[in-house]
Design a protein around this ligand. Structure first.
Ligand code: SF4
Length: 82
């Protein structure tokens, strides 16, 4: 059975997967680009998602974070070529 982007992998608890994966515009990019996949492993599919700068921003400001904000708070400099 095919899983959607927000569905957890075997062994992952729903609590370890960020609740924003279905609406975060960077999550699909992290999933498609191998150079950015580390963010997904470190934050989106980890209990560390609660310390993601994007996650924190949404909860504090009740609005989407800047489009180029990475989970560590730095800016995504250049989108990879497609
Ligand atoms: S980048 Fe941050 S807010 Fe977006 S899905 Fe990953 S952990 Fe959640």
């Amino acid at each position: 059975m095919k899983r959607g982007p927000g569905e957890e992998r075997l062994g992952e608890s729903p609590k370890t997967v960020c609740e924003n994966v279905d609406r975060c515009p960077l999550f699909p990019l992290f999933s498609m680009e191998s150079t950015l996949n580390v963010w997904k492993a470190l934050y989106c599919h980890s209990s560390q998602h609660k310390s993601c700068a994007r996650f924190v921003f949404v909860n504090e400001h009740k609005k989407p974070p800047p489009a180029d904000m990475l989970p560590d708070g730095t800016k995504l400099k250049v989108l990879p070529d497609r």
